[in-house]
Design a protein around this ligand. Structure first.
Ligand SMILES: *Cc1c(COP(=O)(O)O)cnc(C)c1O
Length: 362
């Protein structure tokens, strides 16, 4: 008996498992496992989404024209240098398949976002992880792992799940060290949250060079994870490749409409950033005061390290939190089985996290 067999690499993929959601003992659990916006979506985006309900029988604008114009106005980019996707995940998958195939290598840093490895395997390419230094991407290690087969280098900046980032200078040094025919993809899903002076989302690099693409998302700061909207900016050639390979109607009309409204709602963005600034710092301080190692984060989440002692380790902590209605993210899939990633939640959720972990550690 023989059965259809997928391309090599496919069966090595362990399907991506997103942050859990669910019920605690006392009703609906607080989901702090997916780095969503604690305050939810902009009310204006919700309104635009509702208004789009009258047009559900129509195909969307396949080119996401108005959305690309809104993004272009905001970031001062020509809309022809932008492509929208069904989340930045779609764009990552398209880039990997377009530029890497069997025998090629896709390089990323050891604790980098999981989709890079998964998309490389799906493309039949070989994923290659360069070691990090103290949970930060290491430019020298990345460059040292470039071979004649390397086709793409992915960096999440800032990175999920570590929360660390590369400075603009480090990013430019990484780019300068790459051969011109290697594509550098800068995944800036959390760019909006970063306030560090030396941070750079990579947009200028993406617009200046033939071999750089930057990806962004409406899922995090803008709170539209359910609608699947992301975008990429980059060289004319990379944008052309994405437009050739994406689905003709890859972003639905209600998603486009809500994303435009979200982008224009500066008030909601300001409120969300102020909330994150206050509670990220608070959580980091309070968890460190419990003697947990809290890794510095510039995103909307924290990576928290536990001892490896059974019963007091990260998975025991996760079970303890879940039983009490808080869902953190286990990150064993990132080689960080001794850590949990916890998203910034509402005030009351953040306070509960600290109380529960205090009880856990006693
Ligand atoms: C959440 C996340 C994304 C994916 O975002 P979508 O636009 O929802 O697909 C991409 N990269 C990183 C690093 C993320 O954490």
């Amino acid at each position: 008996m023989s059965a259809p067999r997928p391309n090599s690499g496919i069966l090595e993929i362990s399907p991506y498992v997103g942050g859990k959601s669910g019920e605690g003992e006392s009703g609906r659990a607080a989901k702090l496992s997916a780095n969503e916006n604690a305050l939810g979506a902009s009310p204006k985006a919700v309104e635009a989404y509702r208004a789009a309900a009258t047009e559900l029988h129509r195909y969307p604008d396949g080119g996401s024209t108005a959305l690309r114009q809104a993004i272009g106005r905001r970031y001062n980019i020509g809309p022809e240098r932008i492509v929208c996707g069904a989340g930045s995940d779609e764009l990552i998958g398209l880039l990997t398949r377009a530029y890497a195939a069997g025998g090629d290598e896709v390089l990323y840093s050891a604790h980098g976002f999981l989709m890079y490895r998964l998309s490389a395997l799906a493309a039949g390419a070989t994923p290659v992880a360069a070691p990090e230094k103290r949970l930060r991407a290491d430019v020298d290690a990345l460059l040292a792992h470039v071979t004649s087969r390397t086709r793409i280098v992915y960096v999440a900046n800032p990175n999920n799940p570590t929360g660390s980032y590369l400075s603009g200078e480090e990013l430019r040094r990484l780019h300068a060290g790459l051969p011109e025919d290697v594509l550098l993809v800068i995944d800036a899903a959390y760019a909006e949250f970063v306030e560090a002076e030396d941070y750079d989302s990579g947009l200028a690099l993406a617009l200046e060079h033939e071999n750089v693409v930057m990806t962004r998302t409406f899922s995090k700061l803008h709170g539209l994870a359910a609608l699947r909207v992301g975008w990429a900016a980059g060289s004319r050639s990379a944008i052309d490749v994405l437009n050739r390979t994406r689905g003709p109607f890859n972003v639905g009309h209600p998603s486009q409409a809500a994303a435009i409204a979200a982008m224009e709602d500066l008030e909601h963005q300001k409120r969300s950033l102020a909330h994150n600034r206050e509670w990220l710092a608070w959580l980091a301080r309070e968890l460190a005061a419990l003697d947990l190692t809290v890794h510095p984060s510039v995103g909307n989440f924290l990576l928290v390290e536990f001892t490896r002692e059974s019963g007091r380790d990260a998975s025991a902590a996760a079970a303890f939190l879940e039983k009490r209605g808080i869902i953190p993210r286990e990150v064993g899939g990132y080689g960080l089985g001794h850590c949990l990633r916890i998203s910034v939640g509402l005030e009351e959720e953040n306070r509960r996290v600290v109380e529960i972990l205090r009880e856990f550690l006693q």
